[in-house]
Write a protein that binds this ligand. Structure first.
Ligand SMILES: NC(=O)c1ccc[n+]([C@@H]2O[C@H](COP(=O)([O-])OP(=O)(O)OC[C@H]3O[C@@H](n4cnc5c(N)ncnc54)[C@H](O)[C@@H]3O)[C@@H](O)[C@H]2O)c1
Length: 256
């Protein structure tokens, strides 16, 4: 049996982070570098980290026509990852108008495609590659509390923010995607999990932060590193018997 510290040995592991320049993704990149993993950030927005184990490659999830070609180019150049994490958050320019009153059908299906079709297809391509290379791979999709429950509209009161119609549909899809994939890829020793994150503090509108915090048993929003530390766990051998799970990191939001 491996000692617990050894289970967290992620040194030289090949980690691909989709959306690694974002609020959560960047924290994920930095934490894996602390573990001396080799990190490849795949994003449309470049972010630098001075570390020899870090690389950035521009990758556009929204380029559906070339999605497969581009993914295979990346795999050809960098090889097959041990761990794939999807922290990307592609959306249309009118995403903030995707509430029940204003949403247009075109924007609805574009966002479903951008977020749900892309994550499903990309996770499948990497899982197939891990299977081919006989990797004991781990795949982690960022989901949300809204993959489990609908949005609580109280948090938008007295702010200029609104609910978002497709978000829970997309996140619910991603939360079930990992179960469907775990069912198929388990026999190949590839684990597929989701992290259902609560709202992460990012200097949002003060009223929103207050409203949000009042709804959470822990009485505050999440910090990005509280999400990334869960991702480290799911990437490591410490979680070797966890697959198809939705690990909830929400300060108790979904427990009440
Ligand atoms: N921030 C939160 O409060 C929160 C809470 C729960 C779940 N989540 C989920 O976590 C994930 C990451 O959220 P975040 O807050 O870090 O988002 P973010 O917007 O800060 O980062 C998303 C990243 O995706 C990249 N991206 C956008 N379009 C892309 C494209 N076409 N191709 C490639 N990369 C693209 C962006 O450049 C950005 O770096 C999302 O799935 C989100 O739903 C976030």
């Amino acid at each position: 049996m491996k000692k617990i510290k050894k289970k967290y040995n992620l040194k030289k592991k090949k980690i691909f982070v989709l959306g690694g320049s974002g609020l959560i993704g960047f924290e994920v990149c930095k934490e894996f570098l602390e573990f001396e993993s080799n990190v490849l950030n795949l994003d449309i927005k470049k972010k630098n980290i001075k570390n020899k184990n870090y690389e950035f490659t521009k990758f556009d999830i929204a380029d559906f026509e070339n999605l497969e070609i581009n993914l295979f180019k990346i795999i050809k150049k960098y090889g097959c990852p041990d761990v794939l994490i999807n922290c990307s958050y592609p959306k249309t320019n009118d995403w903030s108008k995707n509430n029940f009153l204003s949403i247009k059908l075109k924007s609805f299906y574009q966002n479903i495609n951008l977020q749900l079709t892309s994550s499903s297809w990309i996770l499948k391509i990497f899982a197939d590659e891990m299977k081919k290379k006989k990797k004991l791979g781990s795949i982690i999709q960022l989901s949300s509390i809204y993959g489990i429950v609908g949005q609580n509209l109280n948090i938008y009161q007295s702010t200029n923010m609104t609910e978002n119609f497709p978000y829970s549909i997309i996140k619910g899809g991603q939360s079930n995607l990992v179960k469907q994939m775990a069912s198929y890829y388990g026999r190949y020793k590839i684990r597929v999990n989701a992290v259902c994150a609560g709202g992460v503090f990012d200097n949002q509108n003060k009223k929103f932060v207050k409203n949000y915090s009042e709804q959470v048993p822990i009485k505050r929003m999440a910090k990005a590193h509280e999400i990334s530390s869960t991702i480290i766990f799911l990437s490591s051998d410490a979680s070797s018997y966890i697959t198809g799970s939705n690990l909830i990191v929400d300060g108790g939001w979904t427990s009440i």
